[in-house]
Each structure stands twice: as C-alpha cells, then as structure tokens.
Write a protein that binds this ligand. Structure first.
Ligand code: DAH
Length: 424
C-alpha cells in the first residue's frame, strides 16, 4: 500500500472505532474497551485527543480567541473530554495510556496546550490561559491519581477475594438430630426387636385392595367412612385406583403374601387421613403396626407381649387393661389402655386436683389390637385352621405426646428448631 492510501485506510479505521465509541453509553464503552486489545484502546484515546487536537494544535489567535470569554468553551470541551476518558481507564494498561495521553511530556494534551495556547498568547491572555491551564492540570492530576488508586484497590480486593486464609477456624455447622417421632419409633423398634420381631416397611401409596379389601373391609363397609381419604388423580385407563395409605395395616397383608408363618414383624410408617388439623389431629401421622402369626399363638401370648412392651416403654408399675372393640381384620378386637403413668392411675395430679394427662380417668387409651380375623388369612393363602396370631396398631404421635408432655401434634410437622432442639 502506498503512503497516501494507507493514511486514508487508517483514518477510516479510526473513524469507525471512534464512531462506535461515540454511540455507546460511556459505561458500556468502558466495559468493552477493557476487554478489547490494547491497540483498540490506543485508537480510542488517540481519537479523543484528535477531536480536540484540531484545537490544541492551533494557536489561540488562529482559533480567533482573544479573550477569556472565547477561552472558556475551549477549556470546557477539554474538561469534558478528559472526564469521559477517565471512565475508560479500568485497568493498569488502559490507565497508563490514559495518563500518557494527557500528561505525556512530548505530546500529552497539557503539553500541547502549554505550547500552543499558553506560550504564544498575548501577555493579558496568558494570565487567563495560565489560570485555566493550572485549574485543568490540578483536575487532571487529581483524577488520574484517583483512578490509579481505584484500580489498585480493585485489584487488591480481587486478590483478597481469591486468597484463602487457612489459619481461620472453619465454619461450625450445627449437627441435626433425630426427630422426636423417629426417636420414639426407634425406642419401640428396640423393644420389639429384643423379643424376636423384625422391622419391615411398606409403600405409602396403596391400592384399595391392600388398604381395605384384603383387610376384610369390603367396598361399602361403614368403617371406610372414617378412612375416606386421599386418592391420587390417575391418567384415564390406569389400572387400580391409588390412595395414600390410611394405616400401616396393609403391610400385614404384604408381609404374609411374601412370608410363610412364623411371622413376627413391626411396621413403622407414615399414614394419611382426611382430618382437619388441630391440637390432636393431623392429616399425616405415624403408626407402628405389629403382627405375629404362628401355629399356636394364643390370646395370652398377645396380652403378655403388649404388657411387656408397655412396661418397657412407660416403666414398671404401669398396668394394662383391654376393652372390647371392633376392627374388621381382628376377632376378637380390643382397645388397650394403660394406667396413667403420670398420676399412677389415681386420676389425681401430684399437687392435688385432676390429672391433666388422663383427665382424672386414671387410664389412658393406647391403641387398637386383636387376634387376626381368620378371614384375613383367606386373602394371603394361609390355612386359617393351622395358624393364629395377633396384630396391633400404635399411634406414635399420641404416644410421643403422652410420654414427653407435648400438647400439640402440629409441632411434629412444623420443623421449628426451638422444638426440635429440646430432643437432641
Ligand atoms: N389400623 C387401625 C387404625 O389405623 C389400627 C389397628 C387396630 C391396627 C387393630 C391393627 C389392629 O393391627 O389389630 O385405626
């Protein structure tokens, strides 16, 4: 390329970079230029100077300026240019270019102003130019120093952010503990495991067959009303309806289907019913199911097992009693009560007055149980003539509330650490 063409091409390039720069908001320009290679920045600074260059490379007389009034807009433009450029200097490299463009001894803007505006000026004008130039120099030097400090601090902060002080103590995170309901499960599991039961689990989503029918609760049986509950919305054409299990009893069936007698299992788990939440009701709660089936299990084995459990759980001295009850899957069915462990069965609180726990009755209703109804064996292909057994279903939340003096079942589900922390 010959000299003339090259100059034209250079000028085009400069104009393009400059035009870009002009169109962008300043901050954006700064962000862009800080990523751009250094030569890009050179163009930007160069251009900025160029636009005032026409002025600062001419003498005041040539510009037709003869007094302070004519001088003011010239200095104002230089000021404005400087302030615009200052935001472009965002790292050490661009700051150096910026500094040299303005303070460079040979061709910095201030040198050019000194050479072209100040020196040749008439003595009267010289004073005004000198004053304006001093003011400009003060501004330029202060601002350039300010940018340098800002860039340095920014770099230091970035370095501090990236460095790790290994001598600092670690972050201590509080260690959680088992939920009280889980603790009570564990306590009951330990008691039953110690007398030969094993722990099994079953699904929380059940079919009506396991939740009802196989437990001898046919479709229109009135006990279903109590358990009328959460059915899942299934796509059209799906097989069996599904519901959230209303009790852990379906796992009796699932266990007997898989295992031949002898069976001795307990089943901890969550169950669901359509209940309005209040201090003693929740639509989700916990049960432990128990099932023992063998060739010669009697009602005595049943009461003996329950009594053992109750004394282990509440302490020696607590008496048990059972009252007739009804469940479709047990025959006979009973309701187990314990003598109130808090007032010793007297119904009177230690300081006098009625015992708040048993409300003066001396007995507390604990759970439902019974001898497995022979009809149930029919559903799992056990020979009802050869086997017998007992089953029970313990409500864990109620038991935990009773044992630990909790008066609102809702606290089990609220995950309030102030409550949870009391049971580490
Ligand atoms: N499934 C019963 C309920 O949730 C509790 C129950 C009663 C379970 C008697 C049993 C039982 O295993 O024999 O109300």
């Amino acid at each position: 390329m010959v000299g003339g063409e090259r100059r034209i091409a250079d000028a085009h390039l400069r104009m393009r970079v400059a035009a870009d720069y002009e169109r962008r908001p300043l901050q954006k320009a700064a962000a862009t230029t800080s990523e751009a290679p250094q030569w890009g920045l050179r163009f930007v600074f160069h251009f900025l100077m160029n636009s005032i260059e026409t002025n600062i490379s001419k003498k005041l007389a040539e510009l037709g300026v003869a007094d302070a009034a004519g001088l003011a807009p010239l200095f104002a433009e230089v000021h404005a240019r400087f302030d615009a450029e200052a935001t472009v200097a965002t790292d050490e490299g661009s700051w150096k270019l910026f500094r040299d463009a303005w303070l460079g001894r040979k061709a910095g803007v201030l040198t050019l102003i000194t050479d072209n505006w100040l020196k040749p000026a008439s003595p009267e004008l010289k004073r005004v130019v000198g004053a304006a130039l001093n003011e400009l120099r003060g501004h330029v030097e202060a601002k350039i120093e300010e940018r340098r400090v800002a860039i340095e601090v920014g770099a230091e902060n970035a370095a501090a952010r990236d460095s790790v002080d290994l001598s600092l103590p670690g972050v201590v995170r509080p260690i959680g503990s088992r939920h009280l309901v889980r603790q009570v499960f564990q306590e009951i599991e330990d008691i039953f495991v110690s007398i030969g039961f094993s722990v099994v689990e079953g699904p929380e989503i059940e079919t009506p067959y396991y939740n009802f029918e196989a437990l001898n609760i046919p479709e229109h049986h009135p006990v279903r009303d109590d358990m009328d509950t959460f059915y899942l919305e299934l796509p059209k054409g799906a097989g069996s309806p599904l519901l959230l299990r209303t009790h852990t009893s379906p796992v009796q069936i699932r266990t007997m289907e898989k295992t031949q007698p002898p069976v001795r299992v307990i089943v901890p788990g969550k169950v669901y019913r359509r209940d309005n939440p209040d201090a003693t009701h929740s639509f989700a709660f916990h049960q432990i199911e128990g099932l023992a089936v063998d060739s010669d299990i009697t009602f005595c084995d049943f009461t003996g097992t329950i009594e053992y459990f109750v004394t282990q759980f509440f302490g020696v001295g607590v008496k048990t009693r059972f009252r007739p009850s009804y469940f479709p899957f047990t025959e006979p069915s009973v309701e187990f009560d314990v003598s109130c462990p808090f007032c010793g069965g007297s119904g009177t609180a230690a300081g006098g007055g009625t015992c708040a726990k048993c409300k003066g009755a001396g007995w507390i209703e604990l759970f439902g149980a019974g001898m497995v109804d022979p009809a149930v064996y029919g559903f799992v292909n056990y020979d009802a003539k050869k086997v017998s057994g007992f089953a029970f279903g313990i409500g864990i939340d109620r038991l935990a509330m009773l044992k630990y003096g909790i008066d609102d079942i809702q606290v089990f589900f609220q995950n309030d650490v102030r409550f949870l922390r009391q049971f580490p």
